[in-house]
Design a protein around this ligand. Structure first.
Ligand SMILES: *Cc1c(COP(=O)(O)O)cnc(C)c1O
Length: 237
């Protein structure tokens, strides 16, 4: 392990600071801090930094690019890690996700869900699924619209190689804290509506480095944190 790597230097301190920020937000919301799991978003981050994060107590990792992730999984096969796919999901990438990941957060159409179900290997537990919802209207394109959510949840619930767990959202970035709260409250309301309709979802995947306190206040159970743990990423190619 290269102790001098800038990603690894200070990593356990940054991880601890994120844990404290999540715990503080939870206490302020009157929630048990243990109800919120931190996913360290390790896209573009080398395997040795993931290994260092694991040594500092982190077990859940989020990746956006299936092939990049698979190479790191191979390098880290000796560690008991939980892998979350959080990136945009094209049809030609579903097999790798179905075969290698534990969770997928970005299912937003039936065709993708059906492919994941067909491709999930029999020897593995069901793939844990969150449906990505678009709560920012026209400003973002990915995610199922709130009006189509119940139908998609119905499809996913009937696929037995998938286990529907909840909702994921990526609201538009904003410094406006009250807008952050409104967006995350919308996600919470959509999950409540699903539960009222008999779909037993227990997971809200929402909140990133810059808005995790608002997300925790509105009920997040999984927060996806990249830069606050690993530092700034190189600009996307
Ligand atoms: C990159 C990414 C994150 C992490 O974002 P940070 O701002 O680095 O915390 C979270 N969720 C998704 C879907 C991402 O693509």
């Amino acid at each position: 392990m290269r102790e001098s790597s800038p990603i690894i230097e200070g990593l356990s301190d940054r991880l601890q600071a994120v844990r404290e920020a999540v715990a503080r937000a939870a206490r302020q919301a009157g929630r048990p801090p243990d109800d919120i799991r931190i996913i360290a978003v390790s896209k573009t981050v080398p395997a040795e930094a993931i290994r260092a994060a694991h040594a500092a107590g982190q077990t859940d990792f989020g990746e956006s690019y299936a092939q990049e992730a698979a190479a790191k999984m191979d390098a880290l096969a000796d560690l008991p890690l939980t892998w979350h796919f959080i990136g945009p999901l094209q049809s030609n990438k579903t097999r790798l996700v179905a075969e290698r990941f534990d969770w997928v957060h970005s299912v937003d159409r039936a065709r993708i869900a059906e492919r994941l179900a067909a491709q999930r290997p029999e020897g593995l537990p069901p793939l844990q699924v969150c449906l990505q919802v678009n709560v920012s209207g026209e400003t973002t394109k990915s995610g199922v619209g709130p009006d189509e959510l119940a139908a998609l949840a119905g499809v996913v619930s009937r696929l037995d190689r998938l286990r529907l767990r909840g909702l994921m959202a990526i609201p538009e970035p904003t410094d406006d804290v009250s807008l952050q709260h409104r967006r995350f409250a919308t996600v919470r309301g959509l999950a409540e509506r699903l539960r009222a309709g008999g779909v037993p979802v227990d997971t809200l995947s929402m909140g990133m480095s810059d808005d995790l306190a608002s997300a925790v206040a509105e009920g997040a159970t999984l927060v996806r944190v990249g830069r606050a743990i690993f530092g700034a990423r190189p600009p996307a190619a």
